[in-house]
Design a binder for this molecule. Structure first.
Ligand code: GLC
Length: 576
């Protein structure tokens, strides 16, 4: 039997083994045995309950947490294979393979079959080919734009299909949205940037002429005319997931895909008046697509920006046109990671520093660089901040720190390795110690806490859909389960993901796959939530499949890039 070396550290031993065998659950006695092992790197014989295939495929972005090493002590994580190495070629871990091959307890929940059926019903066809999934199949509510294929909503659907060995629909979607990108885009008399990707699109059927045409929305029809800044980033991230999952790099190498990427990058790498490397955005430009005080430098966009830049770096050809972008990306990543890790990061120590900040400092020696006034610290933050733990706050700008916790940005920070391994661990520690607030009875809060009363009036513009603990304002979104699960697996905490999934399983199907839940604990089906919301369904499936076969994580996870490792000199107790 071959051997594997597993780093067993003082407090990392259980976690290491947890993630090694996350799909297959280690027996309790094995855990106890591991706990008794001395806290130093050991060469242990491979654990029999770990399935050989899963292990050999775990060349994914897990590295700093559980470290898998070959017998010669070389790392199992192969950066250069990030793009081309197929994880599970053609393997279906979904509907048709309800049991993991190692025979452990991963018995498929009855909800899985229902979810697959609903996901397939949500498929949208264009001239005979599946090109996406509809946002919601709920006919009881007014359609608005829920009958469209949203780029961001399609991501969990795409991942589910990729994991199930069905990449064609993902390829069709990538190529179709690329065609939409080349459309001339106008809002009134204003022409949008060439690289903008649509928020959503729809297939129009003309029964008389028996034709089908596409109609896209780049924000010109959207409520509030919000700009879909996240669409282009998701598109690049998905292209990398497709490439990674199938091992087929020919799609990304196509001239039109290379051009599409360059157009998106031109938009977000352009020079302007900015003093920060973060991306300046209008309100409502991502999943939270309404006025919610997320204008400026919202964490969700910054994390997606970082991840998309890293994916583009893997996908761009170093030809005459690509080379220039590769250089610009490398520079931006360097600056962006430094900025985010330094100024968006909040833990107990940093909170205490801000609490004691002096203001009105001028020049390079300023400690309080953004002139944040300590009185602007909200009351709730002092109780919310655990002793161990931390997170990237919602927004940082001149005299502005939005201390709200946002789920998507923090999970993407972990997956993209925008967060250092220490920061990722801290983010997970915080989620675990604030479980009731962030997960409650239904995973997972989109942000915490909710805006209330005066703040709600001023910041949302009295939005009746975004009342406290509802929708984007502290509502609980089942779709976020896949992101939590991926972050849990990456940080070696599959049990935390399992706990969240089990919570969702008590209600999701029974409640008809709602879009979101309301209330402090997420106990109520959202006031205006659609039912049969596709990304709630797909998010659940992706979470289940990833937990069953953690090698899928590689599609949505990037290893830490040593070059962007921060050299922190701010204070001696600042730890990363
Ligand atoms: C809502 C959500 C948005 C989502 C869309 C379709 O507008 O806020 O994030 O993409 O519905 O589900």
């Amino acid at each position: 039997m071959s051997t594997l070396s597993v780093d067993v550290t003082q407090n990392g031993s259980v976690k290491s083994m947890e993630s090694l065998c996350s799909a297959a659950e280690i027996e309790e006695s094995d855990f106890l045995r591991l706990l008794e092992r001395p806290p130093r790197p050991l060469n242990i014989e491979r654990h029999r309950s770990c399935d050989e295939r899963s292990l050999s495929e775990l060349s994914i972005g897990l590295s700093p947490y559980p470290t898998f090493r070959n017998a010669d002590n070389s790392s199992r994580f192969m950066d250069h294979l990030d793009v081309v190495f197929p994880l599970s070629p053609g393997r279906r871990s979904g509907f048709n393979t309800p049991r993991s091959q190692n025979g452990f307890e991963t018995q498929t929940h009855p909800m899985v079959a229902d979810a697959w059926e609903a996901l397939r019903r949500s498929l949208v066809y264009f001239r005979g080919l599946p090109v996406g999934t509809i946002a919601a199949l709920d006919s009881s509510e007014e359609n608005l734009n829920y009958d469209q294929v949203f780029v961001r909503d399609f991501v969990p659907s795409a991942l589910a299909f990729l994991m199930n060995g069905e990449p064609e629909i993902v390829k069709n979607f990538i190529l179709k949205t690329l065609r939409l990108q080349s459309w001339e885009k106008k809002i009134d008399r204003f022409q949008l940037g060439e690289g903008v990707m649509p928020a959503s699109f729809k297939v129009l059927h003309d029964p008389v002429r028996n034709t089908e045409t596409l109609m896209a929305d780049f924000g010109e029809s959207a409520i509030g005319r919000v700009a879909p800044v996240d669409s282009g980033f998701w598109w690049i991230i998905l292209l990398r997931a497709y490439t990674r999952s199938t091992g087929d790099s020919s799609l990304a190498e196509r001239p039109e895909c290379q051009k599409g990427m360059r157009l998106i990058l031109s938009l977000c790498l352009s020079e302007g008046f900015d003093t920060f490397p973060t991306l300046l955005c209008a309100d409502g430009c991502s999943m939270i697509d309404r006025r919610m005080g997320v204008y400026g430098y919202p964490i969700e966009i910054q994390a997606l920006f970082f991840m998309a830049l890293r994916c583009a770096l893997l996908l761009l050809k170093q030809d005459a046109e690509g080379k220039e972008f590769v250089e610009r990306i490398a520079k931006r990543l360097h600056a962006l990671s430094y900025h985010m890790r330094s100024y968006f990061w909040l833990d107990l120590k940093q909170l205490n520093d801000i609490y004691r900040y002096k203001t009105e400092e001028y020049s390079h020696t300023a400690v309080n660089k953004f002139n944040v006034i300590p009185d602007s610290l909200p009351e709730w933050i002092f109780d919310f901040m655990p002793t161990h733990g931390g997170y990237f706050i919602g927004n940082v700008g001149p005299s502005n720190m939005d201390f709200r916790w946002f789920c998507l940005g923090n999970c993407i920070a972990i997956l993209s390795s925008l967060a250092t391994p220490e920061q990722s661990t801290a983010i997970m520690d915080l989620i675990e110690s604030r479980w009731e607030e962030l997960v409650g009875e239904m995973p997972l809060k989109v942000c915490y806490p909710a805006l209330e009363s005066h703040e709600w009036r001023i910041i949302t513009g009295c939005d009746p859909k975004n009342t406290r603990w509802s929708y984007h304002n502290g509502g609980s979104w089942p779709v976020l389960l896949w992101l939590l699960t991926a972050a849990c697996i990456k940080t070696g905490r599959p049990q935390t993901a399992r706990r969240a999934i089990e919570l969702a399983e008590t209600r999701l199907l029974k409640d008809g796959w709602p879009e979101y839940y309301d209330g402090k604990l997420g106990r109520y089906i959202g006031k205006q939530a659609r039912k049969l919301q596709t990304w709630s369904i797909a998010g659940y499936l992706v979470a289940k499949m990833m937990l069953e076969d953690p090698s899928h994580l590689g599609m949505v996870s990037l290893e830490e890039d040593k070059q962007t490792k921060p050299v922190m000199k701010r204070s001696s107790s600042w730890t990363f």
